[in-house]
Design a protein around this ligand. Sequence first.
Ligand code: NDP
Length: 335
Amino acid sequence: MVKARKYVVKKHFQGVPKKEDFELVEHELPPLKDGEILVKAEWISVDPYLRAYNANVPVPYDQFSYQVGLVKDSKDPNYPVGSRLVSHKGWCDYAIVKDEEMPNPAERIYKLPDLKGLPPSLCVGAIGMPGLTAYFGFLEICKPKAGETVVVSGAAGAVGSLVGQIAKIQGCKVIGFAGSDDKVTWLEKELGFDKGLNYKTGDVTKALKEAAPKGIDCYFDNVGGELSSIIINQMNAKGRVSVCGSISSYNDDPTKLPKATLLQPALVFKRLTIQGFIIWDYKPQWEEGLVKLVEWVKSGQLKAKEHVTEGFENLFDAFIGMLAGENYGKAVVKV
Ligand code: NDP
């Protein structure tokens, strides 16, 4: 018998999630049946969608997210003891998983790709769901061309920091918005963004006009709200907007969401294309995306910064810290 611990969400979050919304539950795992695998979590992800999806899931539920686990026992010859896998088992230290079709394809376990010596933690970050989000969400929807101007919001986070770097690989000029001057410096000095802007200070409309005097061709939107309206209203004819998320309102009351400046005039007169996506739609192409991401990280073209919190007991703090903007790059918990 293996003793396991997991975080159960007991209450729907109101505003910023609270510690009392979760319960840490200890339970015993049953012996493995045919095809089952016992994994010990090594790296657990904390992401904005854990907040965004909360209202739609009936409580109580086990807190989901991606994790990298080490196989401790196995009745599936494809996953031998000592190998590693990615699952969507989330905030638990031990779990039993099975490689089978799931109603939600995102929940199917998979083996780590050939990391060519890169660390397994990246499989919940740059070489996992967030990396694939940047790769497909930007390239497939924005269809950037060399020489174009790209703006990314949430630019210092897991997805945004990769989008900006991928845009540089494509030969674009890149402007990133982030929530502190230190983050802005990091974007410019470490990640090679052409310009970083702090969305919390100064006149954002004016600063963006100065940074992008020829207008904006592609916008990768992680945050939504008024910042996105300002950016979209400065776009060039035939510009493309990829809507990835709207973290600026995830902690708001869904019945009283903030209003932002109208977009329709810009959409019409500039003939803009605006498209949302969910990364799970690209699941059939994940393998191909992972190969490319490994190549870019390995060659140093893509810097995969991680913001590591140590300890299973600190998952909640890591989650809240990420929502508050503590992370540079991918927020992840080392178990
Ligand atoms: P991040 O690593 O970017 O972490 C969240 C960041 O959001 C924080 O670091 C903070 O940075 C920023 N933030 C917090 N509050 C606000 C606010 N009020 N206004 C603007 N920025 C804020 O998370 P991810 O990279 O994992 O996710 C980024 C976005 O992508 C989210 O909207 C998420 O929901 C979305 N997403 C969508 C997917 C899809 O399939 N469509 C898949 C994965 C992610 P700062 O200091 O700059 O404020």
